[in-house]
Design a binder for this molecule. Structure first.
Ligand SMILES: *[C@@H]1O[C@H](CO)[C@@H](O)[C@H](O)[C@H]1NC(C)=O
Ligand SMILES: *[C@@H]1O[C@H](CO)[C@@H](O)[C@H](O)[C@H]1NC(C)=O
Ligand SMILES: *[C@@H]1O[C@H](CO)[C@@H](O)[C@H](O)[C@H]1NC(C)=O
Ligand SMILES: *[C@@H]1O[C@H](CO)[C@@H](O)[C@H](O)[C@H]1NC(C)=O
Ligand SMILES: [Ca+2]
Length: 485
């Protein structure tokens, strides 16, 4: 009897407890459901912050319950189009935290869009939260009206006038505020006063024109800074090809009273040097080695992790349970570049920021070292140019030159003078996934150091544009020409 009562009591306690916790659980479940709904609702949404109106600003994307910034590496107008489409507008990309520093951690880096994606998260990128950017590298957009005649396609080529058409080519240029005569902010004499250059869009291509113009050699750095002091900005939108021998052959937007989006006091500055690396891409190696190979996807898992296949591969992986047995058609080729300069080619990132790639068991020291693209006759990209980051080393050297750099054992990375960094056609990811490309004639483009993140003497030997003839069974690559990426 006694036991029985105890038993019933126990049962009541159990039931009560269960009721309470069920209630609680229901409340919690509802709370979590609301949270999840909100997350689902916001997932992939994009907002712009820091601009003067809602159509511009740094880009933030919502993922996994929080907002995160986007890094400006590889960020371009195609990506800006994707962001601006939600306003029915086209857009222009901004870099280097034009609308302030990133105030959230980065969610995305090395974003590569075609421009027709429905949302930013459909573009190729390094993976959520995988980034090597600091907070000054926020990507932004300026969205403009479609009908507006400053639409991005024009904006991109907006500087149309060459400087020598509007300014006397005898006009003086000087470097001011540097620690030596080979560096400083750039000043130009116009209307009886010295003024600075707008730093927006100031890259090594523009800096190279300044260093050559002043007979100071090559541009080692292109800076947007107040480090060398500042003066009134009287020239904006300077745009050079990278091979200009003087500033006046470059294009520009405005001179005199100019509009210039920038951080207070920041102006364009350069550091010049006579010692610089110069990679020369080997076009013969590309022509000789290019061929097709069909590879089953189960052999490509490492490559998939490193984003070396086109989007359809990832769709197949998601939708087809037997995806491992599908094959991909790869255009494989050897990319080799010889350092013909007079200084070593060293990676952009310091060693502690190198990324370890488990799959390939080596460190990547540059976020993008090479790009490979297949374009059709209209210039449209038909095979996604995945972006390969590599381990830089001295693979072979000219006779009498000793190898110095090796990727093994966290070794120092670089390419010595008169040595070549070679990616053989049989290396993983050394290909373009052409599975979805119809037979026909295309242009095949390979570029090393494509964004000129590392200074070189010459950028017009960093890319090759070749004819690619693709049939059902074979590929020919021929007539490669050297040009700028
Ligand atoms: C964009 O245009 C579409 C169709 O013209 C319209 O339905 C939509 O409301 C527009 N969106 C915005 C943000 O103006
Ligand atoms: C864009 O269009 C809207 C109306 O659709 C107009 O109010 C606005 O002023 C336009 N902006 C620019 C920059 O032309
Ligand atoms: C620079 O390269 C362009 C092609 O990108 C070429 O048309 C131009 O003539 C070159 N300029 C000089 C000064 O070599
Ligand atoms: C690199 O090779 C060139 C041409 O063969 C030669 O003139 C130059 O001295 C070499 N430089 C070094 C550092 O080996
Ligand atoms: Ca070069």
């Amino acid at each position: 009897m006694y036991y029985r009562i105890l038993f019933i009591l126990l049962e009541i306690v159990v039931i009560l407890c269960k009721d309470v916790s069920d209630d609680e659980r229901a409340t919690r479940a509802a709370f979590i459901q609301r949270l999840l709904n909100k997350q689902k609702f916001l997932e992939g949404r994009v907002k712009l912050l820091g601009g003067t109106n809602k159509y511009e600003g740094n880009v933030y994307i919502y993922h996994a319950g929080r907002w995160g910034a986007v890094c400006d590496d590889s960020w371009d107008d195609a990506a800006a189009h994707v962001v601006c489409r939600k306003f029915n507008r086209t857009g222009r990309a901004t870099h280097g935290g034009q609308f302030g520093e990133a105030n959230e951690k980065y969610w995305m880096d090395d974003v590569v869009c075609e421009g027709d994606e429905k949302s930013l998260s459909q573009c190729i990128f390094t993976g959520w939260g995988s980034t090597d950017c600091d907070k000054t590298e926020a990507a932004g957009v300026i969205c403009t009206n479609m009908t507006d005649n400053t639409a991005p396609s024009n904006l991109k080529q907006k500087p149309t006038k060459r400087l020598h058409e509007v300014i006397d080519v005898g006009t003086s240029i000087r470097l001011v505020g540097g620690r030596s005569s080979a560096e400083g902010r750039v000043e130009i004499y116009h209307n009886r006063r010295w003024g600075s250059i707008c730093p927006d869009g100031w890259t090594l291509y523009e800096a190279a024109a300044i260093c050559r113009h002043l007979a100071l050699g090559y541009a080692e750095q292109a800076l947007q800074t107040d480090y060398f002091g500042s003066s009134e900005i009287i020239l904006s939108g300077v745009h050079c090809e990278g091979n200009d021998t003087n500033l006046f052959t470059c294009k520009h937007q405005e001179i005199g009273d100019v509009a210039c989006p920038r951080e207070a006091g920041y102006v364009a500055a350069v550091v010049c040097t006579k010692q610089l690396a110069d990679l020369l891409l080997d076009t013969t190696a590309i022509e000789r080695s290019a061929h097709l190979q069909d590879v089953p996807m189960f052999q490509l898992q490492c490559a998939m992790e490193e984003n070396c296949l086109s989007k359809s591969a990832y769709e197949i992986q998601k939708t087809n349970p037997n995806w491992q047995f599908e094959t991909r058609r790869l255009l494989r080729f050897t990319a080799s570049s010889l350092n013909i300069g007079n200084a070593e080619f060293r990676p952009y990132l310091p060693k502690h920021l190198w990324q370890w790639h488990l799959c390939h068991m080596h460190y990547h020291s540059m976020e993008v070292f090479a790009t490979f693209d297949v374009l059709d006759a209209t210039g449209r990209r038909v095979a996604e140019g995945h972006k390969a980051s590599f381990c830089l080393e001295d693979n072979t050297c000219l006779p009498g030159v000793e190898k110095k750099y090796s990727c093994k054992n966290y070794g120092d990375q670089g390419v010595s003078v008169n040595c070549s960094d070679i990616y053989q056609y049989n290396v993983d990811c050394q290909w373009v996934d052409v599975t979805d490309v119809e037979p026909g004639d295309y242009s095949f483009k390979v570029a090393v150091n494509p964004h000129a993140r590392i200074a070189e003497q010459n950028y017009h030997n960093n890319a090759a544009s070749c004819v690619l003839r693709l049939s059902d069974t074979y590929a020919f690559v021929y007539a490669c020409k050297l040009l700028r990426p």
